[in-house]
Design a binder for this molecule. Structure first.
Ligand SMILES: Cc1ncc(COP(=O)(O)O)c(C=O)c1O
Length: 448
């Protein structure tokens, strides 16, 4: 039997209850999911509950989870300390549309991690964080255009969905990527205020800036591009962008929705020792509560006090403020980082070893709690490399081969990464690697 047919048949056998539940969901909810990414073929398994490093589906299958809510769960599921703090807050009120002191506590906990952050505002998601950061950067610079990186994801607002996942035939010149709007419903005119540059190419960025002097007021980057793989910056790239932003009077935004608090306590800014003007956050700062934030230098953030709009009924509500403060002060401690980083390295080394033993072409990209296996020996240094070298169908076999053994290696899709949580232990890493070892011979045959 073909590998895929075999894996699909096993998946269907294990998840009949999910198939039925997903059919029912589709009657009420478009595509059966609350975020379109979550719908995949043949159908996604339907979750019943989660605890520690595990997810359980409606058929009673247990999954050792390295997806961790698309990277939002560095604390793991239902962390007892976070659960206790949030439960306490449930009794004291979950929403005050008046100032409260928990807001300051949560903001201070972030400021301690990002030295450039003088002021912080909370939002309810990463999308809101990048949308507001872009507005604030435009207001501060007095310029309308935002420069973004080809293939980077910054959420789902109109300005973010340009050249995020350009189809192969439409990409344009590698140094001047085409501006491609991803979705119907986004006005064509949106692209007039967005420019797109390749990752890891300072010359290309500078040439675009020169062509748009006094037009580009903001540059937003995922410091490690995690929308497609784990694409790390060349040594001088992020600092080079800092210098270009200074030269051209541009607000430099790090989108740390995925990297923030995960690659180091102070995110990629700390890891690469580069100071942006604004940082956007969400996901793992909130211990699985819906929260985002953006923060930065006093003079940039002060445009809010001068009238630039940032409002929201649920912004910085006491429930999420309590969760953020607890996650940052009590759960993601120095010891927790040592633990997670050690496990991340163990997983990465284990994958490399198994691939070498079985002659599988591939390599691991690993940055502390975040990593993934790319089934290519070629370096993946920008969006074009990803398109050229990643065999999405092959990766799908790997993913379902793991899933059928009760290991969820990362979110569905070849572009995605694992997250090591504080609730993973060495034995979980070894279980993950054992599952990979089991499918390695068939993957090697498939690749041959
Ligand atoms: C780098 C980055 N920015 C922004 C977002 C959007 O965050 P949210 O899904 O909370 O809106 C994501 C989500 O994956 C992300 O990875």
């Amino acid at each position: 039997m073909e590998l895929w047919d075999d894996y699909e048949a096993t998946y269907r056998e294990r998840t009949a209850g999910s198939e039925a539940a997903f059919e029912r969901l589709q009657e009420d909810v478009p595509a059966g999911v609350a975020s379109t990414y979550r719908a995949w073929d043949p159908y996604p398994f339907v979750v019943d509950r989660a605890e520690g490093p595990y997810l359980y589906d409606v058929d009673g299958n247990e999954y050792l989870d390295f997806d961790m809510n698309n990277g939002a769960a560095m604390v793991g599921h239902a962390h007892p300390t976070v659960t206790e703090a949030a439960s306490d807050q449930l009794h004291d009120g979950t929403l005050f549309t008046h100032p409260h002191e928990l807001l300051g506590e949560a903001a201070s906990a972030l400021k301690e991690r990002w030295s450039m952050m003088d002021k912080v505002r909370f939002t309810n998601s990463g999308t809101e964080s990048t949308m507001h950061a872009m507005r604030i950067a435009r207001a501060y610079s007095g310029r309308d255009t935002v420069l973004k990186i080809e293939g980077a994801y910054h959420g789902v607002h109109d300005y973010a969905l340009i050249s995020k996942a350009t189809p192969e035939g439409q990409v344009g010149h590698p140094k001047r990527p085409n501006k491609v709007i991803e979705s119907d419903g986004i006005p064509e005119k949106t692209a007039e205020t967005v420019e797109v540059a390749p990752f890891n190419d300072l010359d290309a960025v500078e040439s675009i800036l020169e062509d748009h002097v006094n037009e580009i007021g903001a540059l937003i980057v995922e410091p490690i591009v995690l929308a497609k793989g784990v694409t790390q910056p060349y040594d001088d790239f992020l600092q080079g962008l800092r210098e270009l932003c200074d030269e051209y009077g541009i607000v430099y935004i790090f989108d740390e929705v995925k990297t923030g608090v995960k690659v180091a306590p102070g995110g990629a800014a700390e890891y690469y020792d580069v100071e942006p003007d604004l940082v956007t956050l969400a996901k793992s700062i909130g211990g699985n509560f819906p929260v985002g934030a953006f923060g930065g230098r006093e003079e940039v953030m002060s445009v809010i006090e001068d009238g630039t709009a940032h409002y929201g009924t649920y912004n910085g509500n006491p429930l999420v403020a309590r969760a953020v403060e607890t996650v940052l002060n009590d759960v993601l401690t120095g010891e927790a980082y040592d633990h997670v980083n050690r496990l991340g390295q163990r997983l990465a080394d284990g994958y490399e070893e198994i691939m070498a033993d079985h002659g599988i072409e591939g390599h691991v990209e690993n940055v502390n709690s975040i990593g993934m296996v790319l089934f290519t020996d070629e370096p993946v240094e920008n969006y074009r490399d990803y398109l050229e070298h990643i065999d999405v169908e092959f990766h799908e076999n790997y993913w379902f081969g793991m899933l059928n053994q009760g290991v969820l290696p990362h979110p569905h899709d070849a572009s995605q990464q694992w997250t090591i949580s504080v609730q993973h232990e060495e034995e979980h890493i070894d279980e993950h690697l054992d599952a990979f070892e089991n499918i390695a011979p068939r993957l090697a045959d498939e690749q041959a």
